[in-house]
Design a protein around this ligand. Sequence first.
Ligand code: HEC
Length: 125
Amino acid sequence: MTGPSSNNQSKNGLIGALVVLVAAVCIAILLWVLGHSQRDPYINATLDLEGSLEQGGRLFRINCAGCHGITAQGNLGPNLLDVSERRNDAQLIRQVVSGNTPPMPRFQLEPQEMADLLAYLNSLK
Ligand code: HEC
């Protein structure tokens, strides 16, 4: 039997669920905004661009193949096959432009070149 009181209870339950849902959405939006505003502008610019696999492959052979091997199988630098499973896009970009892990040099690439290279790195399987 659904009397007036049990009706009120299910209404309260619904409102409670809605409040929780709205709070969760707010937190998700806040985290998203924070995450994006803390990213550096170079990474954002790169991620906004569509990379060309062909250009990326060319850049790789010129700049990276000496250490990572012509097929990215590894040499002085580590094997980069499946690297996208270990590193996300932002980490890959930082790896290339930061120079934080010598002897790998710091590369200065235009965002479009970085986007091309990223497309190539993500294609390595
Ligand atoms: C002078 C040699 C050298 C060159 C040139 C070089 N690398 Fe590296 N790279 C390394 C070494 C050594 C490491 C390992 C660094 C470490 O983690 O200590 C590395 C690490 C990396 C990693 C991280 C791999 C992982 O498993 O986390 C990526 C990605 C990478 N290189 C990409 C590139 C790209 C793209 C280029 C060209 C733009 C490049 N490297 C050019 C030597 C080189």
